[in-house]
Design a protein around this ligand. Structure first.
Ligand code: ATR
Length: 277
């Protein structure tokens, strides 16, 4: 039997992970099989247990199971613990399950390697304070940003995140606030980590947040530009990106953890990107 890997989610039918990992495996000559598993919404544990008991070596975990995976793992990487979520599982010695989170690293790699955006000394606005936002804070801080402001509809949740990550990189100014606190500020990078795009909605951000060099990044990806991306273009953002690159990069990081070989991501990203006419 080939080495078994999988992605767990609900829904999962449209996941790009099986395709991405199959391309990675072909490219690096790794003999493995990667499948998509639809776990019941209320029983991730049973589904994951059965996968690992029947020989599974590693798994990716997506919506809505990243918290369940955190609980399921026997040991956690420090970054997964701080992110409060697990997107990658690996069977280790004595069948212990190790939980990691590669989402944030995936975002930072996409920004720096694919989009050519250097994070050092930049002013960054993170919009949203849910699970997605929490998952990307640590790698942004480690990339040496000068300022990271977390703004959220419910500002108390943003404040809570500041408390969790406070002191990790003391030289970064880490602050939080509501929409009004953004007035008269400008940022080099604005990341939409809210789930508002799912509802075709947009956080009510003030005008003039972008400079002429700013990048707007939506953690979501879809065939069309999200409302946040359209808004950013109207606002004059020079560069606008969705989260497809982050998806590929977080997958590459998981693949590296499992197989100790780092796949090249550029071609995979190009193959996934719908052709622009
Ligand atoms: P996820 O894991 O995708 O981050 P989540 O933990 O439910 O999901 O968090 C959703 C985030 O999107 C939150 O920051 C939420 O704001 P609140 O904390 O105030 O609820 C934000 N959000 C969702 N819909 C939004 C909308 N229409 N406008 C602004 N923010 C929205």
């Amino acid at each position: 039997m080939l080495d078994q890997y999988a992605v767990f989610g609900n829904p999962i039918a449209h996941s790009k992970s099986p395709q991405i990992h199959t391309w990675f495996a072909q490219q690096t000559n790794q003999q493995l099989e990667y499948s998509a598993i639809l776990a019941p919404e209320d029983d991730f544990e049973a589904s994951a247990k059965s996968f690992f008991a029947s020989g599974g070596l590693g798994a990716n975990v997506t919506v809505p199971f990243k918290l369940d995976a955190l609980v399921f793992a026997d040991t956690l990487s420090p970054r997964a613990r701080r992110a409060g979520a697990v997107n990658t599982l690996q069977k280790g010695k004595n069948n212990q399950i190790y939980g990691d989170n590669t989402d944030g690293v995936g975002l930072v790699r996409d920004l720096t390697n694919n989009l050519g955006f250097s994070l050092a000394d930049k002013k960054v606005l993170l919009v949203g304070a849910g699970g997605a936002a929490r998952g990307v804070i640590e790698p942004l801080l480690n990339a040496g940003v000068a300022q990271l402001k977390i703004a959220n509809r419910t500002p108390e949740k943003a404040q809570q995140l500041v408390k969790i990550f406070h002191g990790l990189q003391p030289e970064t100014q880490l602050t939080s606030g509501n929409w009004a606190s953004l007035e008269a500020n400008q940022f080099d990078l604005i990341i939409n980590a809210t789930s508002s795009s799912l509802a075709g909605d947009l956080p009510p951000l003030p005008d003039h947040l972008f400079t002429q060099q700013s990048l707007a990044y939506d953690l979501m990806y879809s065939q069309q530009a999200t409302p946040f991306m359209l808004w950013a273009k109207q606002q004059g953002a020079t560069q606008v990106a969705d989260g497809l690159g982050m998806l590929v990069e977080q997958a590459a990081e998981a693949f590296f953890l499992w197989r100790q070989v780092r796949p090249k991501t550029k071609l995979v990203l190009e193959r996934l990107r719908p052709k622009q006419d």
